[in-house]
Write a protein that binds this ligand. Sequence first.
Ligand SMILES: Cc1ncc(COP(=O)(O)O)c(C=O)c1O
Length: 398
Amino acid sequence: MADDARFNPMILDMPMARLRAQALGASKIREVANRGYGVQGLRRFWVGESDEVTPPFIRDAAMRALEAGRTFYTHNRGTAELRGALGAYLSRLHGQTFDPDRLSITSAGIQALMIVMQAILDPGDRVVAVTPVWPNCTEAPQILGADVVRVGIDRRDGRWTLDLDKLIEAITPDTRLVLLNSPNNPSGWTLAPDQRQPLLDHCRRLGVWLISDDVYERLTFGTDRAPSFLPLADPQDRLVSTNSFSKAWRMTGWRLGWMVAPASLEADLAKLLEYNTSCAPDFVQSAAIAALEQGEPFIAQVREGLVARRARLMAGLSALSGVEATAPDGGMYVMLRVEGETDSLDLAKRLIDEAALGLAPGSAFGPEGEGWLRWCFAVSEPALDEGVERLGKWLRRR
Ligand SMILES: Cc1ncc(COP(=O)(O)O)c(C=O)c1O
């Protein structure tokens, strides 16, 4: 009865959102976070961001831009200076030239995803997503009325792997879009270099769009970048790479991202940007130029820090009996599970109440994540050590 009333605004005659909006999943990370408010001394590892501020060379560039009066609207797809700097950065990274006509600056990675989906998805379209994944990736198509089919990565020999045949089989001729995030949030799984070409070829053959969410592309362990589709693709392929300044340059609060798309999409992307936010803030775009032009030593330092913290967290967790953790290939998260615990949301809530430890429930990333917890290790080593110690004490009391 209560459910019927919730999904039928006519019955209650209450002002309600449309059904697709009502049907969106509420964030389970938020559910855990709300539980944690007011808990004394709680250690939080559930957010996907560093505990350190954006580096001075980027903050200084923003302050200089503000002092210079860069407070006006810009071109919908970003300033010519930033798109030029981005083109040069991408050319250095991927060894080919990127025409600024293919580049759009967005208000963060999430907006790049949403805008490109607004450009290519109709209600009822079939979207195939590689999962588990950051929930925004699978909720965004549903906001637009598309239907999401999930293809789960598997655990083999203690590692997350993608069964490419399974994915290719799911990409049918009536599929509109494939969505893939590598390195993956939450698992750290990273697409193998030799899996790119067959996937791209299959999408090409069927005329299916491929969105590659590359926000963790620079946060890899053992290399300085994750395998990308960009060097393999033709400029006119139905490929869109979405990206962000949030993670590699520690700019989560600045809300700035970009996408690389076929030039034929750009006029429509500009209109969609106009009708969403019109453009990203000019002084933030100025700071991003400094990030791109001077940021390599900083990114190397971030990566080095993550390599050390990943090793530290993995060593701490593997010393705890009853805990299984998977070393990620990239990103900033470790997934772990505790013997005998199958309900990750319940476990995450109990860890708050009983251990003052804040982890994200794996089920927040889809049914494939159930039974697992996600631990963000982009935080200081003493904080990580204390978190592991709290988990150890809780396990001994359990
Ligand atoms: C997989 C993935 N894509 C995109 C984003 C978007 O980040 P932002 O909107 O801060 O650029 C995130 C953030 O956590 C993410 O995990």
